[in-house]
Design a protein around this ligand. Structure first.
Ligand code: GLY
Length: 332
């Protein structure tokens, strides 16, 4: 008789194995990157990222995944693109500052071994995701914040930079003139965060999540994105999940841990995201004025997403499907 763990693995694969396990009949022509995606184990890699800036993130991750690299390397490389892009106004350089005009960044990363690292309230470092990875790999800790995170980054070779882009500074000036006190909620007009999940050719999962957080937030405010279990969770036996939206609401529901646990119970990634959005709604009476979205990737490459209000989209790159932007379903 199978034990519970092997039963769950078997049932999850049985439900959706077709898209991910190759039949071994299709010859590899060796002519296209897509054919390179096929591994000896028959596992196809998948890259999944929140929002339209996820397309560029997936593009950076794809050569790593199809070249036999790790999902961990792929998600780090992917989200670094958004972190360095000044046109992405919710992540890294280009991110909107807090109410004092300071850009403070949050990020976390988690791999197939259950290792995780996180930084929060980090200033002056363009790539918080890479600092989070070093926290994971070089320290006995999971999370380092604020000045300690900056000191750690500088001691580990990261460069100190001014991250307040002129466009972000102008937006801050406008905010001060127009309302000055109120931190806008993250809603359908005001999106945020890149969360990225990947499965590699070895069938291993990793995830990354990085953000500048809520625009014009209180100084020191930290959202869900650097909190393992809230903004990101990966369990290599089951799948991974990442979140976007109003972080306070995601934290209250421990959103991504919930999505993965629902998948462990046998729910598809899609059903798990939908149930997690319902939980967020239950825990947040103000849910109609905020946006929260979840993105999930099963161990078998099956994926799902769901959000409160229309407008959330995500980028999926899978062999033979290319890199495409998909609209998420929504509760409203
Ligand atoms: N979801 C990002 C944040 O609330 O900071």
């Amino acid at each position: 008789m199978p034990d519970r763990r092997s039963f769950l693995k078997t049932s999850a694969l049985g439900a959706a194995a077709a898209p991910i396990l190759l039949d071994g009949c299709t010859p590899d022509s060796g002519e296209t990157p897509e054919s390179d995606a096929r591994s000896e184990t028959g596992v196809r890699p998948v890259a999944l990222s929140t929002w339209d800036h996820g397309l560029a993130a997936n593009d950076a991750a794809w050569p790593i995944l199809t070249g036999g690299g790790s999902a961990l390397d792929a998600v780090e490389a992917g989200v670094r693109i958004s972190e360095a892009d000044p046109t992405v106004t919710s992540v890294g350089y280009g991110g909107r500052p807090d109410r004092f005009g300071r850009v403070t960044l949050d990020a976390c990363i988690m791999d197939e071994r259950g290792r995780c690292g996180s930084v929060a309230f980090l200033q002056h470092i363009m790539h918080p995701i890479s600092v989070a990875r070093q926290v994971m790999e070089k320290t006995p800790h999971v999370m380092i914040v604020g000045q300690g995170a900056l000191d750690f980054a500088l001691a580990n070779g990261f460069e100190r930079e001014d991250l307040l882009h002129p466009d972000a500074a102008a937006a801050w000036e406008r905010w001060k003139e127009e309302n000055g006190e109120v931190t806008p909620r993250i809603d359908v007009n005001n999106h945020d965060t890149i969360g990225m999940l990947a499965v590699d050719q070895a069938g291993n999962l990793s995830g990354a999540c990085t953000t500048s957080g809520a625009a014009f937030k209180y100084h020191g405010r930290v959202g869900d994105s650097p909190i393992i279990g809230a903004g990101l969770y990966v369990d290599n036996e089951v799948g991974g999940a990442t979140a976007t939206g109003w972080g306070e609401a995601v934290i209250r529901a421990v959103g991504c841990f919930l999505v993965v646990e629902l998948m462990r119970q046998g729910h598809t990634p899609q059903a798990a995201c939908e149930l997690a959005v319902e939980r967020v709604i239950e825990k947040n009476p103000d849910w109609r004025s905020i946006q929260v979205g979840f993105l999930a990737l099963g161990k078998n490459g099956d994926h799902g997403s769901f959000c409160i209000a229309p407008g959330f989209n995500y980028a999926l790159h899978a062999p033979d499907e290319g890199n495409q932007l998909i609209d998420s379903g929504s509760r409203i």
